[in-house]
Design a protein around this ligand. Structure first.
Ligand code: HEM
Length: 245
């Protein structure tokens, strides 16, 4: 029988019983927080899908979505599934108890939808008129940031998937966390946009690109912090360090 890498990881980690109720509560709050963070871009997405479905008036602001609706429809539907179901993957009790839900949701929903979000985001960056503009420092910066983080998201999900197929739970968690953090940049960008506007008024193109970049950078910092603070990583680091001594 194939060894359960989730159980192996649990055995390697810190004691599991102590503080369980408070961990359960903090896990539930994390899921609520992640869902709230993705809510605003997903509401914008629902509005856009409704506009496309009912054939709203075509304006310069939405013409690209009507000319090529498939990428944006896939992007929004994929993002809804990835952001909402992905949040539950951070509930450790779901993967500790045999990993059934975690494994199947990951294979059937999250890896495909995460890749659809990243790849459709890259496609829109490269081919939507206006989105692929590099005229001006702001447009060029946003274009480069989208290519960088879109590719980073696709790479993280693929590498996280390869890691778990090889039984490397620690790398799997780390890279899937990074991929999710990049995806949820869309939510943090709403917050950085609001804060930026409150402080300095409506941003110009460069300001907008910087605020969007800040959303991604904040998420990556939080993801790296959460990857490093995990007990299993600390335990592994400690055992590696003690083996070196
Ligand atoms: C779960 C994460 C994400 C969510 C919830 C999300 C949400 C959305 C929504 C709702 C739209 C439609 C905007 C509109 O109707 O005006 C959109 C467009 C777009 N997204 Fe995402 N997105 C996510 C991740 C990403 C990533 C990682 C990239 C990186 C390449 C990306 C790049 C784009 C681009 C280029 C557009 C088209 C923008 C335009 O032409 O104005 N998105 N996204």
């Amino acid at each position: 029988m194939k060894a359960n890498v989730y159980d192996k990881d649990q055995a390697a980690g810190a004691p599991q019983k102590t503080g369980a109720p408070s961990r359960k509560r903090s896990g539930a709050w994390l899921v609520v927080g992640l869902i709230l963070l993705s809510a605003i871009p997903l509401i914008f997405g629902a509005v856009r899908l409704n506009e496309l479905a009912r054939g709203a008036e075509i304006t310069p602001a939405n013409a690209r979505f009507f000319a090529s609706p498939l990428p944006v429809v896939l992007h929004i539907v994929g993002a809804a599934v990835y952001a909402l179901f992905g949040a539950f993957q951070f509930l450790s009790r779901l993967w500790r108890r045999g990993a059934g839900w975690h494994r199947w949701a990951g294979r059937l929903l999250l890896v495909p939808c995460g890749l659809i979000v990243g790849l459709s985001g890259l496609w829109m960056t490269l081919f939507y008129p206006g989105t692929n503009s590099t005229a001006g420092a702001g447009a060029m910066l946003l274009y480069a940031l989208r290519l960088l983080f879109g590719s980073g998201m696709v790479f993280s999900i693929l590498y996280g998937f390869i890691a778990i197929r090889r039984g490397d739970m620690i790398r799997h968690r780390a890279w899937m966390t990074r991929g999710y953090a990049i995806g949820l940049g869309a939510g943090t960008q709403v917050l950085t946009g609001i804060v930026g506007e409150l402080i300095a008024g409506p941003p110009n193109e460069l300001g907008n690109a910087l605020l969007m970049g800040a959303g991604w950078v904040i998420n990556i910092i939080v993801a790296e912090w959460s990857i490093r603070k995990r007990p299993s990583n600390r335990a592994r680091t400690a055992s590696v360090v003690s083996n070196l001594r």
